[in-house]
Design a protein around this ligand. Structure first.
Ligand SMILES: [Zn+2]
Length: 115
């Protein structure tokens, strides 16, 4: 894992979870927080979020896994030879990724067609 990769992967994670929570959990009370991204004791950036408690747990869990990824060249988690996620968390993450991936995909498609 490198510093740059950790930042960009955490930002992607944040975008996906935030969007999923905005769209799917709008009737659940949300809390404000900020994730401090750090790499080997060096603090890199803060990512403010506004998500529900369940999503926060998932976000922090996923960040912890990312940060502690033992692979030098981190593969995509889907292609990882030894996945480190606990099954229920993995399932949750997969559905967030799928949902938000589609949303982002749609926005992109809409942008292309509105030109
Ligand atoms: Zn949520």
């Amino acid at each position: 894992m490198t510093k740059e990769k950790l930042i960009s992967d955490t930002q992607t994670l944040h975008r996906f979870i935030q969007l999923h929570c905005d769209k799917k959990h709008h009737d659940i009370p949300k809390k404000k927080g900020a994730l401090q991204v750090s790499f080997k004791e060096e603090s890199l950036c803060d990512l403010p979020y506004h998500i529900c408690e369940e999503c926060e747990t998932l976000f922090l869990y996923a960040y912890g896994k990312l940060k502690n990824c033992p692979h030098e060249n981190k593969p995509s988690c889907r292609k990882c030879p030894d996945p480190c996620y606990a099954k229920p968390m993995w399932k949750k993450m997969a559905s967030v990724m799928m949902f938000s991936g589609m949303q982002f995909g749609l926005t992109k498609i809409r942008k292309i067609f509105s030109k």
